[in-house]
Design a protein around this ligand. Sequence first.
Ligand SMILES: *Cc1c(COP(=O)(O)O)cnc(C)c1O
Length: 415
Amino acid sequence: MWFEHLNTQLAQREAAQLTRRLRVATSGTAPHQRVLGADGRERELLMFCSNDYLGLAAHPAIAHALVEGARQWGGGSGASPLVSGHTAAHEAVAHWLGDAYAPHIPQARALGFCTGYMANLGVVTALGDAEAELFCDRLNHASLIDGARLARARVQLYPHADTAALDALLAASAARRKLIVTDSVFSMDGDVAPLAELLALAERHDALLLVDEAHGLGVLGQRGLGAIEAAGLRSERLVLVGTLGKAAGVAGAFVVAHGPVLEYLLQTARNYIFSTASPPALEHAVLAGLRLIAGSEGVQRRAALRERIAQWREGVRAVLAQHPELPWRLLESPTPVQALVLGDNAAAMRLSAALEAQGLRVPGIRPPTVPEGSARLRVTLCATHSAADVSRLVAALALAAQTLGVSGRCQELAA
Ligand SMILES: *Cc1c(COP(=O)(O)O)cnc(C)c1O
């Protein structure tokens, strides 16, 4: 029974062009990375798919801190945080975060999780009890969606970034406690949530606002603290989740919130309480990553990143202008997440393959990661991409547009 069912399901995915494939990288995270091909041969590709936006994963200070941390602390933490796994290395990160976010959240305190996925599940389930109601942006990350599914609270979805619709839902709610849940930078579109308006709604309706800064941390704000820093927000109602495996260059995640909120999470978030604390050496490296983000090197890297984003947008707009026959659409985004929407799953995968044939890796993203009919290329840019790297991407796209545009017209003529 089992195997027949599973094989049928897998065959259906394959037929719908939805099969995902694992690839093996044989060198560390960097714009030019070696990967094994389907034929087992190693090749160097120019990568536009990592979320290591500042290029810190390959930063010597982080490798050094990992080694230093391993020498001092050895391997694992051995227990959950409330038992004995919380070390001075974990405490130093929490302390740094509490200080850094104090201008934005009164009495800011931080709690560490092993991944952002875990942090989101933990926070949404802990705050989303049976008396609460959750108000979630439709395009929120899978981990926030899964948190809402697990939570006992009632769940309302509002249309993407639609604050008027959210206002109406909040007004209609009779729940005792309300929690608005949003990505800060949307992971597949790259746009930034209207955080000032969302916070105003939270205040008007006595709600908390949970902001997932997975793609904002390191990228936005003068000190790289994320979209809430860029928007200049300050409130006791803000609950922030940040991930440390993306721009911070290491691994893990944190929640920062107003003292009592944080204390409640520490007492009740089940996957904080019942999961082994991260290895202290990792925390030691995380602290190095956070310091780089907030320091002058972070400022410089963010400036380089903004230049690459502008260069890419200008380049791709020129390609689109030359090919009005193609239904490609570049989404508005001021962040390193840049989506070129093609619509059709097969078309997105064909374009991704055409770029890969030219030595570039730009993943095609299909449903269910994005809504049906909005398959796309998701280009991510890093501060460590050179201007020449971005030019190469634009040129490869122009070549693919020409080839695919021509073959598209041939198909139309033949039909
Ligand atoms: C990547 C991501 C997460 C999960 O973080 P991990 O540390 O990778 O588990 C959560 N939210 C968003 C928006 C993300 O993009």
